[in-house]
Design a protein around this ligand. Structure first.
Ligand SMILES: NC(=O)c1ccc[n+]([C@@H]2O[C@H](COP(=O)([O-])OP(=O)(O)OC[C@H]3O[C@@H](n4cnc5c(N)ncnc54)[C@H](OP(=O)(O)O)[C@@H]3O)[C@@H](O)[C@H]2O)c1
Length: 129
């Protein structure tokens, strides 16, 4: 490790992604923070069809971002649903305009709460106090 961080060798990595313009790539939870960066990277590397699955679906908060992808020549399909619901997943697979060649799982839900409340809500555990 060099004493001065400026002496640390650094090289930009530009992976050659073998993306297929005739296939779809599914991003579960892809309209969140990291998903947007990954989506843009996929499109800039040749992806032409992206599918998004999130519980809230297309809305005013992500409309501008989706329009940006479309302006870059990407066809976008957005499905409102949960990855935890098999019917939601089957529905999007059936409606995908192009065969799905890749799936990136990005969904998560954080819950911050007083501990006993989290346990009761999340696990339906019965506590006796
Ligand atoms: N941000 C970080 O610093 C960081 C660091 C390391 C790893 N990660 C991991 O990277 C992933 C993405 O992080 P992020 O920061 O982009 O998170 P984020 O902004 O919260 O995005 C997650 C997305 O997942 C969707 N989602 C949640 N539950 C879902 C479900 N049941 N079905 C479908 N979609 C669902 C949410 O949309 P809806 O609410 O509309 O469903 C949300 O837009 C997570 O798995 C996280 O653990 C993040």
């Amino acid at each position: 490790m060099p004493g001065d961080l400026k002496d640390l060798p650094c090289a930009a990595r530009n992976p050659d992604l073998p993306l297929h313009p005739d296939s779809s790539y599914l991003l579960v939870g892809g309209l969140g923070g990291i998903g947007r960066s990954i989506s843009l990277s996929l499109v800039l590397n040749g992806a032409k069809h992206l599918i998004f699955l999130s519980r809230s679906g297309r809305n005013e908060k992500n409309e501008h971002f989706l329009k940006e992808l479309e302006a870059l020549g990407c066809r976008v399909q957005v499905f409102a649903g949960s990855v935890a619901n098999i019917d939601d997943v089957k529905n999007l697979v059936a409606k995908a305009e192009k065969p799905i060649r890749g799936v990136i799982q990005l969904s998560m839900a954080l819950q911050v709460s007083f501990l006993p409340f989290v346990l009761l809500e999340s696990s339906q555990i019965n506590f006796e106090f």
